[in-house]
Design a protein around this ligand. Structure first.
Ligand code: PMP
Length: 361
């Protein structure tokens, strides 16, 4: 070993039989420069999952549990409606396990999501954005019924919250063992993260205050209006409080059945509303000032955590979720104004020394 440096690594001490075995065990990382100084703020960085998001956990859970119950035959096609990350996670798992995958997705979600899924071997069926989340969901159901495909049902399946109970929550317990954990902050898409983690925190860390957040222009839970459901617990109609918001992956146009348990059992102590521009601003600060590159929903969750931090008691410890990687948002407002060509100050720097200047445009 070269002893002129202090940083060394030792490997993971194991070999992996499949990419799916690398899902989970994501790190909680301290925010050092942009958090209020009187607290310790940590982010649980789900972009460390192999396909870049928290939904890798759900994807392997749905497939393995369906295999275990005999609901998924070898080589059977899997179909799901997804805003992207579930599709990307399922595409990774289905590629590794040999299942064809068809994803239905509204055409409003970022194009890099579609191309990623196709690169991972999935078929992507676009649905009109005017039909919102309900449209893509009903299309997936229709295709499943017409073709005898396995419908993953992320918004209703018990395998969603369960995997967060068995993985995400256990990781938090282990990583904060012997430490304070005064607040845990999350948003919701399906509500799997929220419901699964809250089941465990309520039992094992009853002192931890759980903060749920949703977009300020889609306060479905905050409205207090109940969701109408069909006999299979899927939404019967879109929720009246929904308007289209920029926090991809958060709050669909209905309250998911998986989240309903958190509402009914009072799993959260506080509900915060986050504005889209704040989400984007915090995601950018997280990248530029902390070196942590997360998506818009991560920025939104961090925005909520910062609000919590500002009024938290001295010495409080806060942990918030960062659901996915910022690379999934290159074509979205997260990157608006981020230049491709040199900016004037970059041009000036280039001209400030004689060598290797670009030809004038
Ligand atoms: N953020 C992003 C970017 C997501 O894709 C999702 C999942 N749809 C979430 C947050 C919310 O996670 P969950 O479904 O567990 O509520």
């Amino acid at each position: 070993m070269n002893t002129n440096t202090s940083r060394t690594t030792d490997g993971r001490g194991r070999l992996y039989d499949s990419v799916v075995d690398t899902i989970g065990n994501t790190p909680c990382i301290r925010i050092n420069r942009i958090a209020p100084k009187h607290v310790r703020l940590y982010v649980k960085a789900e972009f460390f999952n192999p396909a870049g998001s928290v939904k890798d956990r759900l994807a392997i859970s749905i497939i393995e549990e369906a295999e275990r119950r005999g609901e998924l035959a070898p080589g059977q096609t899997v179909v799901e409606a997804t805003s992207g990350n579930t599709g990307i996670g399922l595409a990774m798992v289905c590629a590794a396990r040999g299942y064809p995958l068809v994803v239905t997705m509204a055409d409003s979600f970022s194009v890099e999501r579609r191309r990623l899924m196709r690169l991972l071997g999935a078929k992507v069926i676009l649905t009109p954005r005017a039909a919102k989340g309900m449209g893509m969901y009903l299309k997936a159901k229709e295709l499943a019924e017409a073709n005898g495909w396995f419908l993953a049902r992320q918004f209703e399946t018990a395998d969603n919250a369960t995997v967060h109970e068995n993985t995400t929550a256990r990781e938090l317990l282990a990583d904060f063992r012997g430490e304070r954990l005064d607040y845990w902050v999350t948003g919701y898409g399906t509500g799997g993260t929220m419901t699964g983690v809250a089941r465990v925190l309520r039992r094992e860390r009853p002192e931890t205050r759980i903060v749920l957040c949703e977009p300020s222009i889609a306060q479905l839970v905050g409205s207090g209006t109940a969701q109408e459901r069909g006999p299979d617990r899927s939404p019967a109609v879109g929720h009246p409080a929904f308007t289209p918001h920029p926090v991809q992956g958060w709050t669909p146009d209905f309250i998911p059945h998986v989240l309903q348990e958190s509402i009914d059992k009072h799993y959260y102590d506080e509900l915060l509303a986050i504005a889209g521009p704040d989400a984007i601003a915090w995601s950018r600060r997280l990248a530029a000032e902390e070196g942590i590159f997360a998506g818009i929903s991560g920025g939104a969750t961090l925005a909520a955590a910062i609000q919590v931090a500002e009024r938290a008691a001295e010495g409080s410890v806060i942990c918030c979720m960062l659901p996915d990687t910022g690379e999934r948002y290159l074509s979205t407002p997260l990157f608006e104004g981020i230049a491709t060509e040199m900016t004037p100050d970059e041009e000036a720097l280039s001209r400030s020394t004689p060598g290797y200047q670009m030809p004038a445009a």
